[in-house]
Design a protein. Structure first.
Length: 277
């Protein structure tokens, strides 16, 4: 009732208040919608893409060492890799015997985790969970196949595209290349397999490395019409939360006032009719 009385008094002092409020609301909605739209469409952000080059390495004959004291056979491979923008290392060792151990060794250090590169329902973040070591080891109790996935860096800007901020295309291109370009030195990889017993069957090793390079860059852009409509809808929704209750109170008070006036007019007519009799 208090709100209704205030609205009624304000309208009595200014009959055009309702029209003024509506005009201001529409003006503010359009201005704020354009502001939201302008904030989402920034020509200072650029999207860059990278081109991934996979190398399936040819694996030569390994070095075989049988240690009679521990009754184990060690197989070792030395594999050179391209150090330029090296990102991923995928290692698979097949035809392992039971109770085998597989090691991936790089003196510059690699990031790895048992969930890296694996589809899993478990929450995983390499930045938080991957460990950088010169040697990553996996044991195989049942034999078969062992897989190790490793990264030279958990920074996603080095691979799989990204965004940069720049005053112009040239500056953005330089920033993107600085993020991507990297030399992983030394890049030589060593694979060691330790098996129980005097083994003569060589395990099969598959090693794939990925090198990424700068491909292209373009200014970030969106569908202007769609963004404006979303911004308009957001601002209209915000204003509706404020304006609808106020106008509801006003129209309710107006309806009650008309109803009271109608009742008063009916009472006056009844009194007048009774006096005329």
């Amino acid at each position: 009732m208090f709100m209704a009385q205030l609205m009624k008094k304000a309208l009595a002092q200014n009959p055009n208040l309702l029209r003024t409020l509506m005009g201001l609301s529409v003006t503010l909605i359009l201005l704020l919608s354009y502001a939201v739209y302008g904030a989402t469409v920034s020509p200072s952000y650029y999207l860059y893409t990278t081109e991934a080059n996979e190398t399936d390495h040819e694996i030569g004959e390994p070095t075989r060492i049988y240690q009679e004291s521990s009754n184990t056979t060690i197989w070792a491979w030395e594999i050179p890799a391209n150090s330029s923008n090296l990102t991923w290392i995928h290692l698979s060792v097949i035809d392992l015997s039971a109770d085998s151990k597989v090691k991936l060794i790089n003196s510059a250090g690699l990031y790895s985790h048992r969930l890296l590169g694996v589809d899993s329902d478990q929450a995983f973040s390499c930045a938080e969970q991957c460990q950088k070591n010169t040697t990553h080891e996996v044991e195989s109790t049942d034999g078969g196949t062992v897989t190790i996935h490793a990264l030279t860096s958990f920074d996603p800007s080095r691979r799989n595209n990204g965004t940069v901020y720049g005053a112009n295309l040239e500056e953005a291109s330089e920033k993107a290349k600085e993020l991507i370009e990297y030399e992983h030195i030394p890049s030589n990889l060593r694979v060691e397999v330790t098996e129980t017993g005097d083994r003569v069957t060589t395990p099969q090793v598959v090693l794939i490395t990925v090198n990424e390079e700068f491909d292209s860059i373009a200014v970030f852009s969106v569908d202007a019409a769609t963004e404006f409509l979303w911004a308009l809808a957001a601002v209209v929704g915000c204003f509706s939360m404020v304006l609808i209750p106020s106008f509801t109170v006003y129209f309710a008070a107006k309806a009650k006032e008309n109803k009271d006036r109608l009742k008063l007019e009916q009472s006056e007519e009844q009194v007048k009719a009774s006096l005329d009799e």
